[in-house]
Design a protein around this ligand. Structure first.
Ligand SMILES: [Zn+2]
Length: 326
C-alpha cells in the first residue's frame, strides 16, 4: 500500500476545529488545513460561553468571508459539495455550534442556523443549559427542550453531536436520535481519564447509531499533555477493538494562533474550565491535521488496511453526513 498516494487520494475530514469563534478572526488560517492535505473542516461559530447574538455575528462574518473567497472555498450544503470542492481544488467547510445557548430557547433557531450553513451542533459545552447537561456539571440528562432540539436537528439535517455533554445527556440523545450520532472531538476515558473523555457505554451506543467518534488532538485529553503518535494510536486502537474501525474519525480541535484577544472572556467565565481538569497546564500541546501522514503510517503499522484508513481519514464521517444532511 502506497500511503502517500493513499493520503493524496483519500477524502480527509476534520470534524471540528478549536478556533475561538469571533467575528474578528482572520479565516486565512484555514490555509493551514488545506496545506496539510485536508479537504473538509467543520469550524465552530459559537459556544455556550458566548451570548447567542455573538454567535450570529460570528456566523455572519464567517459566512460572508467564505462566500467572498469562493475561488478557494466552498460552503457545504450536502456531501456532493465536498466532492465538487475536491474536483475544483477548493477547500470545503461547514459551521458547527458548541452548545444550545445559541438557540436562545427558541426551537425555530435550529432551521435558521441550518439555512446559514451550520451542519453540526452539540448540546452543552461543559456546563448545563436549557437543553441538557455538560460534562463538568451535574449529570441531569436531556431536557424536554433538548428532546425537541434532537427531533428538529434530525428533521432539518444537522449532525447530532454529543461531545462536551454529560453521560446521561449523551445516552438520552443517542436513544432519541433517528439519525447517526457523533462525538466529533472526544477520546476514550479507558486510555486517559478525563471528564471530557467518554466511557465504553457511550462509545458502544454511538456505534449502534451508525455514528463516529472523532479523535481529539489536545494533549490533556490524549494523556499527560501528550500528543505522541503512539499515544494517538492507542486511542484509535482502543475504539477499533471495542466497536470496529468504521466508527472512528478525526476531530482534532486544532487552532492556529489568532489575533483576537480572548483573555477577557476566558477570565470572565473560568467555571467552564474547572480546576483539577488540567486546563491550567502550561503550554498545552495540540496535534492537528499536519500529523495525519505520520498517523496513517502508524495505523498501517498497526495492521489497519486501506479501507479502514480511508474510513478514519474521512469516509466514516462522510457516511454520517450523507445519512443526515440530505
Ligand atoms: Zn470543543
Amino acid at each position: 500500500m502506497d500511503l502517500q498516494q493513499l493520503y493524496r487520494d483519500a477524502l480527509v475530514w476534520d470534524a471540528h476545529a478549536g478556533v475561538f469563534p469571533n467575528p474578528g478572526v482572520d479565516l486565512n488560517l484555514l490555509d493551514e488545513w488545506s496545506a496539510s492535505g485536508a479537504n473538509y473542516l467543520s469550524i465552530n461559530v459559537g459556544f455556550d460561553v458566548m451570548d447567542w447574538q455573538e454567535t450570529l455575528a460570528t456566523l455572519a462574518a464567517y459566512r460572508h468571508w467564505v462566500l467572498q473567497n469562493g475561488d478557494r472555498f466552498v460552503l457545504v450544503d450536502g456531501t456532493d459539495d465536498i466532492e465538487r470542492a475536491r474536483v475544483e481544488g477548493k477547500f470545503a467547510l461547514a459551521f458547527d455550534i458548541e452548545g444550545m445557548n445559541a438557540l436562545n430557547d427558541d426551537i425555530n433557531m435550529v432551521s435558521l442556523y441550518h439555512g446559514l450553513g451550520v451542519r453540526q451542533m452539540l448540546f452543552a459545552y461543559n456546563l448545563n443549559n436549557s437543553a441538557g447537561g455538560g460534562c463538568h456539571d451535574a449529570d441531569t440528562g436531556l431536557t424536554e427542550f433538548g428532546h425537541a432540539v434532537v427531533s428538529e436537528m434530525n428533521r432539518v439535517g444537522i449532525i447530532v453531536d454529543c461531545s462536551h455533554a454529560a453521560y446521561t445527556t449523551t445516552m438520552d440523545i443517542m436513544q432519541a436520535s433517528t439519525k447517526p450520532v457523533v462525538f466529533s472531538h472526544s477520546n476514550p476515558s479507558a486510555i486517559w481519564q478525563h471528564q471530557r473523555n467518554i466511557g465504553d457505554d457511550q462509545i458502544r451506543a454511538c456505534a449502534k447509531t451508525g455514528g463516529v467518534i472523532g479523535l481529539n488532538g489536545m494533549g490533556i485529553f490524549l494523556g499527560d499533555n501528550d500528543i505522541a503518535i503512539d499515544t494517538m494510536l492507542r486511542h484509535v486502537r482502543y475504539i477499533a477493538d471495542l466497536v470496529g474501525a468504521e466508527h472512528i474519525g478525526f476531530g482534532f480541535d486544532y487552532s492556529p494562533d489568532i489575533d483576537v484577544d480572548i483573555g477577557v472572556i476566558l477570565r470572565s467565565r473560568p467555571d467552564y474550565w474547572p480546576a483539577g481538569q488540567q486546563y491550567d497546564t502550561r503550554g498545552i500541546k495540540h496535534a492537528g491535521p499536519q500529523l495525519l501522514p505520520a498517523l496513517i503510517d502508524g495505523l498501517a503499522d498497526c495492521g489497519f488496511d486501506e479501507s479502514a484508513i480511508r474510513g478514519f481519514l474521512g469516509e466514516n464521517f462522510r457516511r454520517v453526513a450523507a445519512a443526515t444532511w440530505q
